[in-house]
Design a protein around this ligand. Structure first.
Ligand code: MOS
Length: 765
């Protein structure tokens, strides 16, 4: 199985594909089965221990106090009452905290992690409202929490920029937008827009969002001499270990970070101040420390998605083709931050246009550094772009799916590279049939059921394929014919361990119960981060490389008394728990037999994934078509999402059950983005005022209808295992699909997320 419509357009000789034809993909049905979670039984029995669940003799509990100004200096810090409170062991402030090196910005150093490079508790400076000013260590969590409430600070405030409107008056140009040029121009788009027959030129706004994984951020830390062990809730083990080594001046190998179970990450479970401070406090106290942030604490010190203001201008001909595609705007950021919310990324690859202008800058504010949050850039970028396309379709009197079909490009519209595999049109077609799109009225406000206006909307989902280099995998074969594959990667609940166990079983020709996938520990062979929907493909690349070494080692070990005698790597294939001649079925020897004859108890081999050359040669993206039906109360403006369907093209699906959950989870988060989620940021003080799940509204059961998931399951010939990664694409396009459905139901266009009932009622129509 291989190939897409673009397969023929590959130009051999111009590129060096890393992993083109994966032999596994020839074995029909080897991947994709709906295997249940391998860690499911442990989790339902409460035996899976999360970061805050490790107990040590002599353990202590930490709590934080947070600053109440956005910028300035601490002039007085009164910790006497806290120190005198019951059970308190110590209070750590900038006065007594150990000296630590500042963390480096993500991507500013090869071993960096974290979303801010500000030093922690090293001086009296305050850089955001909510910055930790004191850590209390006590014998119980309750004692620590109480004592932390007694810390009193006075400040000398400095003028702070806490208003986005003010900040964007002086935008800062970026040098790079995650490795891409921040400004991309093809032709004169403004002139083409001015002369276009049909135009849309509008501004969309998206608010701040905070990370609210159900597992609170936590770390349990212990020192043994100068060796540090952190039980973390992490999606970047190796980067965290490297950073902690730098911050505390530890030799490589002296830091071990483990994180086998994580209760949700979405970009937020990285290195933040709480781990660093817990380690520092443990050093001061000479005792193990458990630090679990309160829900408020997560809002204060863990960054989220930032505010954006985006202009989308489309100039079209009456046939729908685009003369101009303009997507520009500004995101709020801080100077000590590297997450610019790359909302112009979708427009770089989705549609054909005769001219482009794609440009974004940032507006610096005195606030907590923002960070990656599920499909950073794409989720809010598709809200703007896909809403604008819907507005254009409306002006053209054209079905919005037909409009997208007319601007479907035959190669990447801005890079000119061939697509590795792209079935967006097909995803729309199958999704539309299944959803009953033909029942939608092109004219809005045509369907009504009592007070409820009913409408349908669609939007494109998209997320880039990336594969990180540097990940390694170790295969250990034991005499019982079982295999353990080890790499320092992560399962935040998305099913990594299950999908990889399935992948390894298929690749090594073993039943899945003969396979152990070992992960979640920085002492294992170097792993990649769980981020950017890259982990599955990145692990795949490492496992494929290790399998090649494994096969070669087995051939050598088999020697001359084997049915495999004289065969080379090219002659053999893995099947049925052993190696066999590709064409001669009778020439076969099992792993167990090879080990037994060689007198070996185990075979261990390790390899690193090859560089991701496929990303250089091809435009590689996943796609989807999101379909939404809403019911909007004509009396109150209340919006209920009544049906949702996502039709995805993400390459080979490794596990049907896990993938469907992952897509659905993204859509649920997207419904929150569309309708309820918003961090209320007090622009006078820079303080987040809704720092709790009672006031920050994530979707709950009643907000989420039945969601149907379809996927093409067509392997990408350029991706390891044919799989492009599915962590983030689910949320993309959802905001626009909901907004477009609301417009279809009511004739009301809301360009400002979240679409709350007051905005629906206030809108002119
Ligand atoms: Mo994702 S925002 O890269 O965890």
């Amino acid at each position: 199985m291989s190939g897409g419509p673009q397969a023929d357009s590959q130009k051999p000789g111009r590129w060096q594909p890393a992993i083109t034809t994966d032999p596994l993909l020839r074995k029909h049905g080897a991947l994709g089965q709906p295997v249940s979670r391998v860690d499911g039984p442990l989790k339902v029995q409460g035996k899976a221990r999360f970061a805050a669940e490790f107990s040590y003799e002599n353990i202590t509990y930490a709590a934080l106090s947070f600053s109440r100004i956005a910028r300035g200096r601490i002039t007085e810090l009164n910790v006497a009452a806290a120190e005198a409170a019951p059970g308190v062991i110590l209070v750590m402030t900038y006065h007594n905290a150990p000296r630590m090196k500042a963390p480096s910005l993500m991507m500013s150093s090869p071993t960096a992690a974290g979303a801010s490079d500000l030093p922690v508790m090293q001086n009296d400076e305050i850089h955001w409202n909510g910055q930790p000013i004191a850590l209390v260590l006590a014998e119980t969590q309750e004692q620590a929490d109480y004592a932390a409430s007694l810390v009193e600070a006075t400040y000398a405030s400095l003028p702070a920029v806490a208003s986005f409107d003010e900040a964007k008056q002086a935008p800062r140009q970026l040098e790079t937008l995650l490795g891409q040029p921040p400004v991309l121009e093809i032709g004169d788009a403004e002139a083409a827009l001015a002369g276009a027959e049909v135009k849309v030129d509008v501004v969309y706004r998206t608010p701040r969002h905070n990370h609210n994984a159900i597992e609170l951020h936590a770390a349990t830390v212990t020192w043994t001499g100068d060796a540090l062990h952190v039980h973390d809730a992490s999606q970047l083990l190796d980067l965290t270990a490297g950073q902690l080594g730098d911050i505390f001046g530890l030799e490589p190998g002296k830091v071990r970070v483990t994180s086998p179970y994580v209760g949700g990450g979405f970009g937020g479970k990285c290195l933040w101040d709480h781990q660093i401070l817990a380690i520092a406090a443990s050093k001061l106290a000479g005792r193990p420390v458990r630090m679990m942030l309160s829900r408020e604490g997560v809002f204060r010190i863990v960054g989220g998605r930032t505010v954006t203001e985006q202009r989308v201008a489309l100039g079209a001909r009456t046939d729908g083709t685009l003369d101009a595609l303009i997507h520009t705007g500004t995101a709020a950021m801080t100077l000590h931050n590297s997450c610019p919310e790359q909302f112009t990324f979708p427009a770089r690859h989705l549609y054909a246009a005769r001219t482009f202008r794609l440009a974004q800058d940032v507006a610096d504010m005195d606030m907590l550094a923002n960070t990656f949050m599920r499909a950073p850039g794409e989720s809010v970028g598709t809200f703007a772009l896909e809403s604008a396309l819907d507005e254009l379709a409306d002006k053209l009197g054209m079905d919005p799916i037909e409009l997208r079909r007319r601007i479907e490009p035959d190669k990447d519209p801005t890079t000119g590279k061939p697509f590795s595999s792209r079935y967006l049109v097909e995803a729309y077609q199958t999704g539309a049939e299944r959803f009953g799109w033909q029942n939608r009225s092109q004219i809005p406000r045509q369907r009504r059921d009592g007070e409820w206006l009913i409408g349908m909307g669609c939007a494109t989902a998209t997320y880039p394929y990336h594969r990180f280099p540097g990940g390694a995998a170790r295969i250990t074969l034991t005499a019982d014919g079982r295999v353990t594959v080890s790499t320092a990667v992560h399962d935040m609940g998305m099913g990594t361990a299950t999908a990889q166990a399935q992948h390894i079983a298929a690749r090594l020709g073993l039943p899945i119960d003969h396979v152990t996938f070992e992960y979640g520990d920085s002492s294992l062979p170097r792993g990649v981060i769980a981020g950017g929907s890259t982990q599955t493909a990145s692990i795949g690349g490492a496992v494929i490389a290790a399998t090649e070494v494994f096969t070669e080692d087995l051939i050598k070990l088999a020697g001359n008394d084997s049915p495999l005698a004289g065969l080379s790597l090219a002659d053999v294939e893995i099947r049925d728990g052993g190696l066999g001649h590709r064409d001669d079925h009778d020439r076969f020897e099992s792993y167990q037999s090879i080990l037994r004859r060689a007198g070996s108890v185990e075979l261990v081999c390790e390899a690193e994934a090859p560089a991701p050359a496929e990303m250089e040669a091809f435009s590689m993206h996943s796609y989807g078509a999101q379909f939404c039906e809403v019911r909007v109360s004509a009396l109150t403006g209340e919006v209920r999402v009544s049906r949702f369907l996502g039709s995805f093209d993400a390459g080979q699906i490794i596990n049907a059950k896990m993938a469907t959950s992952q897509f659905k989870g993204g859509i649920v988060m997207g419904i929150g983005l569309a309708l309820t989620e918003e961090t209320n940021f007090d622009e006078r003080t820079g303080r987040i005022v809704n720092a709790s799940l009672a006031e920050y509204h994530v979707p709950v059961q009643m907000d989420v209808p039945k969601i149907e998931i379809l996927y093409t399951n067509t392997p990408d010939p350029q991706a390891p295992m044919g799989a492009r990664g599915i962590g983030e694409i689910g949320i993309t396009g959802v905001g626009a699909a909901v907004a477009n459905a609301i417009y279809n139901a009511t004739g009301i266009r809301v360009r400002d997320l979240p679409i709350t009932l007051d905005k629906v009622m206030a809108a002119p129509r």
